[in-house]
Design a protein. Structure first.
Lengths: 270, 233
């Protein structure tokens, strides 16, 4: 990486503060049956920025991430209170179709989970079921653009008919990212997208995340503090279901305000 | 702060602190011996200071290597990162204090060969103040005592004032008797070295503050006019 890129990667506080708010969560509580998993969390997530959620296992960071595209709806005993808006619109309003919401708010999971279909069909799946294209030529174009954005077009353009499951782990994860962005989402949620990948594939995904933020608001849950420090502009630290500290990534990792954040990121409690 | 989950990380940080303490102890010894050499006109002791300074340089390199290794292998964050960055800076500051003490010792060798002068005693007094501040700042570093560090940081102004008084005194002396110009110049350089050691001591205070508070100590330290220009001639 050129020295120059390093400085470009970091935005100043003033720059991060003037970004538009994409997601606004207010007083969010989540219950799984009797378990109070998220306690009164309010957070503003900016557009065109990478926001990292960090915290020990069971702190609620993945639960909160899954509230942002209503993935918790699929769990019978989950109950969500409070308000979450995307572009000022309540995503839990009765009129919102969760399936359409998930096309706008894409998600990439911990383990690459391509469909047992060809590379082409994996990417084409979303645009097809949502009727986003009118003909084969348009679909071809969406598949190519999505694979290009996921930085893997050159690797797979000659074997689009081969099964996605035959790719390497890192390629499968980038295929899943291509699949997620094929429906032209506005927000991309990533739940530990690199935990099953080797360091080279991880670096490729991180480079991709940095590029994706020019078009999307990216929210990433990660167990790797170094990864949060490398890819995000803002970091939120969750502990025992509460949002302990939320701020500029550079500040969180050099001079956190809360003792619990300090203890966690310096490896003093688990 | 509690211990790290990985206890070897704590051992590394303890080793860094131990290396700084060792350097601090040696820097104190060099300055103290250099002052004794000035006071007692002891060329042999002064020569020892010159030689001991090499050990301080070696220790600084060891500290730097150790801190670099810990940064590379443990990828420290937040206060741990600040401790290591400050360690490298403090090591380099202590090494500079050693160099200045060595310079004082070299001049002590010169002074031991010339006739005794009354003026040396005010320089020795200034030396005791400087040495006292250094000892206290090293204690503050070990106990991470920000309050003490800031107090010493503020007090450097007093050393600046004594420096100005000595400057005036030595210049007057040289004007009275121009045969003392060579000797007086040596005394002025010794006083200047002590004034610089006082400044470097405030840098260590700034490092302690940075470790604990995560932000730099403000730049408006009360300063005397340590260039000796207000001598009214």
């Amino acid at each position: 990486m050129k020295a120059n890129d390093m400085t470009n990667m970091r935005m100043t506080d003033a720059q991060t503060q003037k970004r538009e708010i994409k997601i606004a969560a207010r007083d969010v509580d989540v219950f799984y049956g009797d378990t109070h998993a998220i306690k009164n969390v309010s957070v503003d997530i900016a557009d065109n920025m990478v926001t990292a959620f960090i915290g020990p296992s069971g702190c609620g960071k993945s639960t909160f991430l899954r509230c942002l595209n209503r993935m918790n709806d699929t769990i019978d005993i989950a109950r969500i209170e409070g308000r979450i808006e995307i572009d000022g619109e309540d995503i839990y309003a009765a009129a919102v179709d969760p399936v359409l919401l998930r096309a706008r708010v894409g998600m990439v999971f911990q383990k690459p989970n391509p469909f047992p279909k060809s590379i082409y069909d994996n990417v084409a799946y979303g645009p097809r079921i949502h009727g986003l294209v009118n003909n084969k030529a348009e679909l071809d174009d969406v598949v190519e653009q999505s694979l290009r954005r996921a930085a893997m077009w050159d690797e797979v353009k000659d074997r689009l008919d081969q099964p996605g499951t035959g790719l390497s782990g890192g390629q499968q994860q980038r295929l899943c990212i291509a699949r997620a962005i094929a429906t032209a989402p506005e927000v991309l949620l990533m739940d530990e997208p690199c935990s099953a990948l080797d360091p080279i594939a991880t670096a490729q995904i991180e480079e991709l995340i940095d590029e994706l933020r020019s078009n999307y608001s990216v929210v990433i849950v990660t167990h790797s503090m170094q990864q949060a420090a490398r890819v995000s502009q803002r970091t939120a630290f969750f502990h025992l279901g509460t949002l302990v500290e939320y701020g500029e990534t550079t500040q969180i990792f050099t001079n956190p305000e809360d003792q619990r954040t300090q203890d966690y990121i310096t490896g003093r409690f688990g | 702060m509690g211990p790290h989950i990985v206890s070897a990380f704590d051992d590394d940080l303890i080793a860094v602190q131990a290396k700084i303490s060792e350097m601090g102890g040696l820097a104190e010894e060099l300055l103290s011996n250099a002052l004794d050499a000035v006071e007692t006109r002891d060329a042999e002791l002064a020569q020892q200071v010159v030689e001991q300074d090499r050990r301080l340089n070696r220790l600084e390199m060891e500290l730097e290597e150790l801190a670099t290794q810990v940064i590379a292998l443990r990828q420290p964050m937040a206060q741990d990162l600040r401790v290591l960055l400050a360690a490298i800076k403090t090591g380099s500051t202590l090494e500079r204090i050693g160099d200045l003490s060595k310079n004082i010792a070299r001049r002590a060798i010169y002074l031991s060969k010339s006739r005794p002068v009354q003026l040396s005693s005010s320089i020795v007094r200034m030396g005791q103040m400087t040495l006292g501040a250094l000892t206290e700042i090293l204690d503050a570093h070990t106990s991470r005592d920000t309050e003490l560090a800031v107090a010493i940081w503020r007090r450097d102004q007093e050393i600046d004032e004594v420096y100005n008084a000595i400057f005036r005194e030595v210049v007057t002396y040289m004007m009275d008797d121009n045969r003392t110009i060579g000797l007086g110049s040596q005394l002025l350089f010794i006083a200047k070295n002590l004034e610089r050691i006082g400044d470097l001591t405030t840098h260590i205070a700034e490092n302690i503050y940075y470790i604990e508070q995560g932000e730099p100590l403000s730049d408006d330290r009360p300063k005397g006019d340590p260039i000796g220009l207000d001598i009214g001639i």
